[in-house]
Design a protein around this ligand. Structure first.
Ligand code: FAD
Length: 274
């Protein structure tokens, strides 16, 4: 069976960013991914942007999966969006709880499991549903074991597979797979891979989402200082090797967080496929 590769975008805020994304999308489409996915801003803040990027990709004949969460929305709003996607022929959704955006303290978060149940209740088996998984544990989880149980509940509620938060330690993924299997999870868990291009941004992002950057890697990347080219070269070499280890160790494919860039994802994937 061939391995599945997918590419994630976020909705750009400006018309220039939108235009650039179309070029990036066209170039990445030549690599023949199984699908593109488009993130959904916290609290539905990018709802229309996400939808229009998804619809554009769909109109261009590409397989595309919108990310979706309740955010602060009511059931009618989420259902209307689901129906629009269904009618447009979109057949995959990445179902998430999302986070409360700063300044929106009052909204209630709806667990991804409830969203999966909602999608199945209203659209049957139309959508392939992906959910999120956390080899290094979700920051709000009461424990490692509980987090795996909650992942199992999302999958048992009707999700087809999971995509992980990014990590820089292949062992975390392999132990997690083993523990998921012991917990009775038998659906595919795709590693989510973040390329390394800018250490300062990556470190900030990682603190927020609970992804660990190993000490040695931090030291090495920090050591390059302003030498951005060396960060990219070493980062790409490291991430490519980690992907090779993951694939050889049984990962069913890879989901790339492209950060709306062709490189280094294109080079990494070509190296993996060579
Ligand atoms: P859930 O699965 O609902 O879990 C959230 C937390 O609650 C976990 O700690 C879990 O252990 C706990 N939990 C789950 N069920 C229960 C329960 N029944 N009782 C008590 N505790 C429970 N964020 C965005 O805003 N937009 C995006 O587009 C986006 N895309 C993502 C894509 C991927 C592949 C990943 C890995 C993450 C993405 N995120 C996105 C981030 C995600 O929204 C956050 O990590 C969020 O905090 C959790 O979402 P979830 O769907 O994993 O939540």
């Amino acid at each position: 069976m061939s391995k599945r590769f997918s590419f994630e975008f976020f909705p750009p805020k400006t018309p220039v960013g939108r235009e650039k994304l179309q070029t990036v999308r066209s170039e990445l489409a030549t690599l023949d991914p199984s699908f593109f996915s488009v993130t959904y801003g916290a609290g539905g803040s990018t709802r229309d942007n996400t939808k229009s990027i998804v619809m554009e990709a769909k109109a261009a004949g590409l397989a595309v999966a919108p990310h979706l969460s309740f955010g602060g929305d009511d059931e009618d709003t989420v259902l209307a969006l689901l129906k629009e996607y269904q009618n447009a022929g979109v057949d995959r959704i990445v179902a998430l709880r999302g986070d409360i955006p700063s300044g929106m303290g009052a909204s209630r978060l709806v667990y991804a499991q409830e969203l999966v149940e909602f999608i199945r209740k209203h659209t049957g088996n139309h959508f392939e549903i992906e959910v999120a998984a956390y080899p290094e544990i979700h920051p709000d989880a009461p424990s490692y074991v509980a987090d795996i149980q909650f992942l199992k509940q999302k999958l048992d509620a009707g999700a087809n597979s999971a995509i992980t938060q990014y990590f820089f330690n292949a062992d975390a993924y392999f132990y997690f797979l083993e523990d998921c299997e012991k917990a009775g999870i038998d659906k595919p868990i795709y590693p989510g891979i973040m390329p390394i291009t800018n250490f300062t941004n990556l470190a900030r992002f990682s603190r927020n989402c609970g992804a660990d950057i190993p000490r040695w890697l931090t030291q090495k990347l920090e050591g390059y200082g302003d030498d951005k080219q060396s960060v990219i070269e070493f980062g790409t070499e490291f991430v490519t090797e980690m992907c090779q280890i993951l694939m050889e160790g049984g990962a069913p494919g890879i989901h790339f967080y492209t950060m709306n860039q062709v490189e280094p994802v294109k080079s990494i994937l070509q190296e993996l496929q060579s």
